[in-house]
Design a protein around this ligand. Sequence first.
Ligand SMILES: Nc1ncnc2c1ncn2[C@@H]1O[C@H](COP(=O)(O)OP(=O)(O)OP(=O)(O)O)[C@@H](O)[C@H]1O
Ligand SMILES: [Mg+2]
Length: 473
Amino acid sequence: MKNLSFPGLPRVLIVDDEEGVRDGLRALLQQEGLHVETAGTAEDGLRRIEARSFDVVFLDLNLPGADGHSMIGKFRVGTLPADVLVLTGYGIVAKAVESMREGASDVIEKPFSRDRILATVRRVLEARQLKHELAGLQDRVRELTSTELVGLSSGIQEVRTRIGQVAHAPDTTVLITGQSGSGKELVARCIHEQSDRRHGPFVAVNCAALTEALLEAELFGYEPGAFTGASRQGKDGLFAVASGGALFLDEIGQMDSSLQAKLLRVLQDRVFRRVGGVHDVPVDVRIIASTNQDLRQMVQVGRFREDLFYRLNVMAVQVPPLRSRAEDVPLLSHCFLDQIGRQMGKAISGFTEEAMETLTEYSWPGNVRELRNVIEHACIVCPIGMIDEAHLPKFTGGTLDGSDEIDRTSLVLEGQDRSIRALESQLVAKVLEDTDWNISRAASILGINRTTLYNKIRAYELGQRPLRSKVMV
Ligand SMILES: Nc1ncnc2c1ncn2[C@@H]1O[C@H](COP(=O)(O)OP(=O)(O)OP(=O)(O)O)[C@@H](O)[C@H]1O
Ligand SMILES: [Mg+2]
């Protein structure tokens, strides 16, 4: 059938005891490029539909030994049940009504014309195509708004336990700390979704993105004509919009001191005032704040209010950097590969051992967000099959943060040998030791690729790499 973009060939089952009907329909529909199976009895038809799903079933209601209309429901099984097109004798209107009530998509009188059959099948398949597309879109929305915190490391387990605890205190303020890209916003959403406030809104605002005046108006709203440019009707702020739910104040460390004072008042008295307003408005919002800065230290140097810090820090959740939970890298990588591969419609089955080793050994200064971006990059450049090292962006094996931790003391040549070979062997051994045998990192520091480094380890007999624990997925 033209202009149908169906996932695979549409599948049709014809259940009729008249051989002529079966053969005629089969020939007609096969010509249209559909997959057709036939059954001469209800039993055979049901056996086929149990074995594999069909899109359309032509069903004769006058099958010997079968009980008429109640057959229709038996053919409509599975998550996306087949559309049943009932075949009946001429002029039996009552049958049509009854059939539709039992779930048939249409009733076709015998003898039928070629055009009637094709038009009906096309209409049914078009509707099914829309349903498929809708289901795909719904999956995509679910993925994009997914609040699944992936990871099995003890670090993530602790975060999960903490989320459970704070979720049960739906009014308590929470402070989430962690490096950029480590998952702070995801944790905030998880807290909200597990709490009794989950049916209320989750509103996120980035405190660093707006000037002080704009942020104030954004948070508290304003009265008509409160400032030059304010709209005539005034406007609700995010505290009002988030009512009944949660307000996520991202990058709270960037909030100005006068706004810090106003936020403190909200937390203490559970009321706020619109900009230009004179009335207190009660607040019914849980505040979840997050920062990648050291607020305690900012308090010490006078850049963050101490009283606000303690008000925010009633319950603290610390999201560990990805580097400290390297055992989560394979699981996260596979989850992202699954999501992104599906979005791109690519059949990528996994990672080669080398690629996974490189991913696990990298120090991830950009944390989970960086890992997600790397997997997206790999999905774009990998045509099919497995993601290999060659599909990973250069920097994965290259620039690594924490290089300041490397011991830069000079190399003292041991023994009598003064050859370049001896120097190189000792340099390689030293860098491997300094990086705790992190092959990617050592290769990057030495300015060679990993394969060359492996060759040198073998050539200089630098010994076995210590075994590391690995999580295989
Ligand atoms: N444990 C995890 N499981 C699944 N996805 C995660 C996890 N942690 C983070 N992510 C994903 O990584 C990306 C970055 O996470 P998020 O935005 O929550 O980080 P952040 O700490 O708020 O970053 P920033 O400090 O830059 O605002 C998001 O796409 C998020 O869904
Ligand atoms: Mg964030």
